[in-house]
Design a protein around this ligand. Structure first.
Ligand SMILES: O=C(O)c1ccccc1N[C@@H]1O[C@H](COP(=O)(O)O)[C@@H](O)[C@H]1O
Length: 204
C-alpha cells in the first residue's frame, strides 16, 4: 500500500517527513491553496508530486523542471490530451476525480492508458484539501485497469476502517489536511502512527 503525503512546503518539516520514507510527497502549485508552494524545496530521496489546478502545459513543464518532479497530479478538469502531453515530459501522471454521492465511471475510461494512477478525492466547494472523506463503498463498482489512490479526509480515526476494505485496483492512500498542525505543516508523530498502521497491515 503506497503512502502519499500531500501539501508539504516547509524545509524542516519535509526533512522530518523524509525519514518516514513515504512513497510520494506532494507539492501544491495552486495559488489559491493555503499550501501553495513558491519557495525552494530541499533535495530529498522521496519522489515529488506536483499538484496542479487549471494549469497550462507550459506552467506544468516549468514546475517539473524547476522542482524535479517525478509525478504530476492533475486535480481539475483536464483533458486526456493534456495528460498525454504531460506524460511525454517523462513524469508519471495522476488524474484526480472528485467523488460525492456518485461517480460517473465512464469519465475515467478516456484516461485509461494515458495516466499512471487515478486519485479519488471528495468533491467539495474547493478543489482539494477539505479534509472530508467520501463513501468509499462506491469504489466497489470500479472495474478499470488503472491503479488508484484514495484521498479525502483520511486520518487516524478512519484509517482502520479504510484499511479493512478489499477494493480491486486500490494501490495507496493520499493524506493531507487531517495531519496538519497548521497549513502545510504536518504532525510527524501522527503520520508515524499512520505509517505504522499501514505498513503493519501490509506485512500481515
Ligand atoms: O490541499 C490543497 O490545498 C489542494 C488544493 C487544490 C487541489 C488539491 C489539494 N489537495 C489535495 O486534496 C486531497 C485530499 O486532501 P485532504 O486529506 O482531504 O485534506 C489530496 O489529494 C491533496 O493532493
Amino acid at each position: 500500500m503506497k503512502i502519499k503525503v500531500c501539501g508539504m512546503r516547509d524545509r524542516e518539516n519535509i526533512l522530518a517527513l523524509e525519514s518516514l520514507k513515504p512513497d510520494m510527497m506532494g507539492l501544491i502549485f495552486y495559488p489559491k491553496s493555503p499550501r501553495f508552494v513558491q519557495n525552494s524545496i530541499p533535495d530529498i530521496s522521496v519522489p515529488k508530486v506536483g499538484v496542479f489546478v487549471h494549469a497550462s502545459f507550459e506552467e506544468i513543464k516549468a514546475k517539473v523542471e524547476e522542482y524535479a518532479l517525478a509525478y504530476v497530479q492533475l486535480h481539475s478538469e483536464e483533458t486526456p490530451e493534456l495528460a498525454e502531453r504531460v506524460k511525454s515530459l517523462g513524469v508519471g501522471v495522476i488524474k484526480a476525480f472528485g467523488v460525492d454521492g456518485d461517480l460517473d465511471f465512464s469519465k475515467l475510461e478516456e484516461f485509461e492508458g494515458s495516466v499512471d494512477y487515478f486519485l479519488f478525492d471528495t468533491k467539495g466547494d474547493q478543489y482539494g484539501g477539505h479534509g472530508k472523506a467520501f463513501d468509499w463503498s462506491i469504489l466497489n463498482k470500479y472495474q478499470g485497469k488503472t491503479p488508484y489512490l484514495i484521498a479525502g479526509g483520511i486520518d487516524l480515526e478512519n484509517i482502520d476502517q479504510l484499511l479493512s476494505l478489499k477494493l480491486s485496483g486500490w494501490k495507496g492512500i493520499d493524506v493531507n489536511s487531517r495531519f496538519e498542525l497548521s497549513p502545510a505543516i504536518k504532525d510527524i508523530q501522527a503520520l508515524e502512527k499512520l505509517f505504522n498502521k499501514v505498513r503493519n497491515l501490509a506485512q500481515a
